[in-house]
Write a new protein. Structure first.
Length: 345
């Protein structure tokens, strides 16, 4: 423990730096503290906090700024989190409830909400599940020789695509198609459905095989799309306005554009026994994230489906404002994923 007075000094310096990006000197600190204290005493306390690794002085005659260790102490011990108003809560509910029953669209909406409400880059990912399988397939005539093919997986993924057909989609066509799908596709793992699988099953359709081949090829593509894990990032350009990142922002943007390192990091996190965490500075295991704050949450839903959601920003973000919004969006997303869109109060 660093003591109440030093904690108060550290909190004021960190708050001031987060808001202004400027160091804070002993004279200004004297005016901010709620009790009388000399500049000399404050300088001594600041020196001790520096020796403990919480403050640094970038210029000899300048004030102090928080270190990466200071941000961790600040978040763990000095946070004065803002409460969300009912209006803000309802706004978030409206943003997420539209697609609350569709896990991937819900995660995409949650990432967009995170980016808009925090001013940070946000991401979501779904982890490849080798056990997920086809639960249902539906044909929806769209007119003009077109039909929409909709597939639902056991893990709750919904994929769709429009196909052009050279035949009528009448009752006979639907009857043959659905019987074929029920026999060969329902309950089949997504990983097993490929062109070879379709080629082996297609002869059972007899003379209708050529009529249905466009649908089967599309269904194969949808199965592959649903089988693969996804990683989507939004709001990357918001990082350009976070001046604390300096020149490292370009390496960070390249890191996000490449996705591979972030995907590996999220896959490792998805296997850990942690539901939610905040990584600050050097706590991040990836070099490009060493000057960032990164909040990550993991979700288990629909027969062991796994997804992650989070934000990436500079260390100098307004934690008092941002973290309550991140927590609320994560909590609401978790509820929707588990309960299929039931409104969270």
């Amino acid at each position: 423990m660093i003591g109440d007075r030093r904690a108060a000094i550290l909190g004021l310096i960190t708050d001031y730096y987060i808001k202004t990006g400027e160091p804070l000197g002993s004279k200004s600190l004297c005016e901010m503290l709620p009790y009388p204290i000399s500049s000399a005493t404050i300088r001594n306390e600041m020196a001790l906090l520096s020796s403990m690794g919480y403050l640094e002085q970038r210029h000899t005659s300048g004030g102090r700024v928080p270190t990466k260790a200071a941000y961790r102490y600040y978040v763990d011990n000095l946070l004065n989190a803002e409460r969300l108003s009912e209006y803000e809560k309802q706004k978030i509910v409206q943003m997420l409830s539209v697609n609350a029953s569709d896990p991937e669209r819900l995660l995409a909406d949650a990432a967009t909400a995170l980016s808009e409400l925090t001013g940070c880059a946000a991401f979501y990912s779904t982890v490849k599940d080798s056990l997920d399988c086809v639960q249902g397939v539906e044909l929806i005539p769209a007119g003009g020789g077109r039909v929409m093919l909709v597939m639902l997986t056991l893990g709750g993924k919904i994929k769709s695509s429009v196909c052009n057909l050279n035949c009528r989609v009448d009752d006979e066509f639907k009857s043959i198609f659905y019987a074929f799908i029920k026999r060969y596709f329902i309950g089949t793992p997504l990983d097993e459905i490929d062109l070879t699988f379709i080629q082996s099953a297609a002869p059972m359709l007899g003379e209708r095989v050529f009529d249905m081949l466009p649908l089967l090829s599309t269904l194969c593509s949808l199965c592959k799309e649903a089988s693969d894990g996804t990683l989507s990032i939004v709001g990357e350009t918001k990082l350009l306005s976070q001046t604390e990142l300096g020149d490292s922002v370009f390496n960070l943007l390249m890191f996000l554009a490449g996705k591979e390192k972030l995907e590996k990091l999220l896959n490792r996190f998805s296997k850990a026994n942690i539901e939610q965490t905040l990584l600050l500075g050097d706590e991040n295991p990836v070099y490009e994230l060493k000057n960032t704050s990164m909040a990550i949450a993991k979700f288990d839903y629909n027969n062991s489906q796994i997804a992650t959601l989070g934000i990436i920003g500079s260390l100098r973000v307004d934690y008092n404002t941002i973290l309550p919004r991140v927590d609320y969006i994560i909590k609401l997303t978790r509820t929707y994923l588990k309960e299929g869109g039931i409104k969270y109060e």
